[in-house]
Design a protein around this ligand. Sequence first.
Ligand code: FAD
Ligand code: NAD
Length: 152
Amino acid sequence: MDDRKFRNAMGKFATGVTIITTSVNNEAHGMTANAFMSVSLSPKLVLISIGEKAKMNEYIKESGKFAVSILSEDQQEMSMIFAGQIKEKRDVDFKWMNELPVIDGALVNLTCNVHNSHVEGDHTLYIGEVTDISLNDGNPLSFFEGQYKNIS
Ligand code: FAD
Ligand code: NAD
């Protein structure tokens, strides 16, 4: 089956947008991801899916932990920075939570320890056990049909 048809179909599933972050040797690394879901309430587990070519895979394997920041509608630029859609290097001032960098001003910051991982096709699914949560009010940045949207 054609890749474009599959992506067009998956793009009809409207999502929020997250930045996955981790830290190796006190250096922050981030990556934009919309493959994120809640998995379990007891224990509190979430799932992210990272493509095999992403550098983030090695960083998470090394650190054994990651954070998820759910972006607000005014944070499209953050998404573009961490998806490589803005080419020039930008300095990002991270907030730190449990020794993990997170995106300041996001709707949610979650910190997680890697609970399990599964290689499936060309992605690795990381199950994270949530260790801390920070919540803010606001509207989400959304992604639909390969485009950023504001739903407010
Ligand atoms: P890099 O290429 O190392 O980093 C990505 C970008 O972030 C680079 O431009 C880098 O300069 C910047 N960056 C990293 N750390 C910092 C820092 N400390 N300070 C400043 N800038 C920094 N891919 C998936 O695998 N899974 C998904 O669920 C997924 N969802 C996506 C959703 C959307 C809406 C978009 C637009 C893309 C998505 N991608 C997803 C693609 C993914 O974001 C890109 O392929 C990404 O560039 C891969 O990152 P990398 O780990 O190779 O990191
Ligand atoms: P797009 O049309 O490629 O994305 C639409 C949907 O297709 C996404 O929401 C996702 O569900 C799915 N998708 C896209 N690429 C995928 C991949 N490599 N593996 C699994 N599912 C994938 O949107 P776009 O604006 O062209 O995306 C920008 C870039 O970000 C592209 O390079 C795309 O591959 C990448 N991206 C990757 C994922 C992912 O790996 N899960 C998700 C979204 C976007």
